[in-house]
Design a protein around this ligand. Structure first.
Ligand SMILES: [Zn+2]
Length: 100
């Protein structure tokens, strides 16, 4: 995996850590959510809680897919397709959180 830096804590994003991308760049899941929580209006707190739980499960799903390590081409292809699906879903949830 290419090396990314988290724009909130400035630490490297390591393999196996939950992270996402926003317009500002790569960010740890925890850093992203806690930074957002600080600046949010009280009426949007419940939406942030829900969306962050959804994003958490999507990112866990991605990490789990990476652990499958398919061997043959057909399996690898399916794994790749599924990864892209979830990556897209995680991207959408990230965008929703960013817009709160
Ligand atoms: Zn961070």
């Amino acid at each position: 995996m290419a090396q990314f830096k988290c724009y909130v804590c400035n630490d490297e994003v390591r393999t196996g850590e939950k992270f996402t991308f926003t317009k500002k760049g790569s960010v740890h899941f925890d850093c992203f959510v806690s930074a957002k929580r600080k600046g949010i209006k009280p009426e949007k707190a419940e939406m942030l809680r829900t969306l962050s739980l959804i994003l958490d499960s999507e990112l866990s799903h991605l990490l789990n897919l990476l652990r499958i390590n398919a061997v043959d081409e057909m399996s690898k292809e399916y794994e790749r397709i599924k990864y892209k699906d979830i990556e897209k879903a995680a991207g959408e949830t990230t965008k929703k959180i960013d817009e709160l």
